[in-house]
Design a protein around this ligand. Sequence first.
Ligand SMILES: [Zn+2]
Length: 475
Amino acid sequence: MKYLIYARKYRPMSFEEMIGQKHVVQTLQNAVRNDRVAQAYIFSGMRGIGKTTAARLLAKALNCQQGPTPQPCNQCDFCREINEDHCVDVLEIDGASNRGIDEVRSLREGVKYRPIRGRYKVIIIDEVHMLTREAFNALLKTLEEPPSHTVFIFATTEFHKVPNTIASRCQHFEFKKISVKEIINHLSFITEKENIRISQRGLNLIAHAAEGSVRDAQRILDQAVAFSGENIGDEDLKEILGTISREIFSQFAGAIMEGNSHLIFQLTEKVIQNGYDLRYFFKELIQYFRNLLLVKSVQNPQELLFWEEEDIKNLKKEAELASSDDLLRYLSALQDREQGLKFSSHPRIYLETLLVKLCHYKKIVPLKKIIKELDSLKKEMKGSSPQGKFSPQAHSSTEEEDRRDKRSVSQEKRNQDPNKDSAERFQDIKKTKPQSSHRNKEMDEVLKDPTVKSFMDTFKAQIISVKETNKRKDS
Ligand SMILES: [Zn+2]
């Protein structure tokens, strides 16, 4: 028997078999049912998510001998020919290798004639964004007055590169990424049919590596079968995919959450020794923290995280090392720096510094807490203020303080006297803040500051000199 790759063997034969893309399937089936098929379509979206499959299904629906029908029979000559890729009335053109004006011109000549056997001529141009400007212009002329027996379907991974003049004459469908769950279901279906033994973790590894593309998932499965036969072990898969073991991520996350910064360097060394790409590692680390947050936030994480039960249990336990707030902060810090790592000329140092910083994150007081403390301080001040509330003078003195602060900044620029800033601020505290035991304590703290101390000495000296001058004046 001829060997068929899974993408070919398990290509959907009917709209119902399409994986995901419910919105597209439903609209196309309705269009066929109600005889409202457009003359030109654009199917856009990433690779391997069913664009050309949908195009072929539409061609079948239009030309099936039982049709036009939203459920082509797959038995008649037309259906079979389309399934076997040799239907004379369905033209599949690769836009990347036929991108010039001559190819489009000959296409234009071709569409003038009626279909040879079917009802419609269906022209599928894959990667249509690759056409040259001249080719697009030639195509536009056909689209402006399309022959009634022709349906154009343009597939593209880069919709933004398709000229507006073309796009505005087409019905546009945006194909969505396929979810991990849908890919796993599809892979389970194939492995069951093929008698392939693979663990849930294995399916999960493939589904994640495929990043939303069914075709990529099928390709990886092909590769895995070629590598290990019908028993695909997790370790084999990791080898094929170059996956970094979950244990390393767990160790990194543990070090960060427990603040063990010294472990970061050893662990990074391990990642490098194993020859892993640091950028890939970083991406996966973000994913790991996301999973930690997920198991902490969601009641039934197994619905969203397709891990084995035991693994989820361990992850939950690990997530107890940090609060949700902490995890959120780790995650946003990691995400913010992803681009930076990409462009860093010292990715290793970049990574180590960032991760060590994360180890200290828990020591940094969250803004929420600071605001809360400020609030309670405010209340305390209200209580101790003589009027029992904030006096208008207090407000004006705050404004005064602001102005003074601004002045002190500009003054600092002119005169680099290190004492000035803290000294003035000290004066402000003294002048404007109502006294309380708490304040006194704070004042004592401020007085211990060496800068303030040295200022105080100068200040005292000045008072003495003013007093002496006054004395001299008096005498
Ligand atoms: Zn048929």
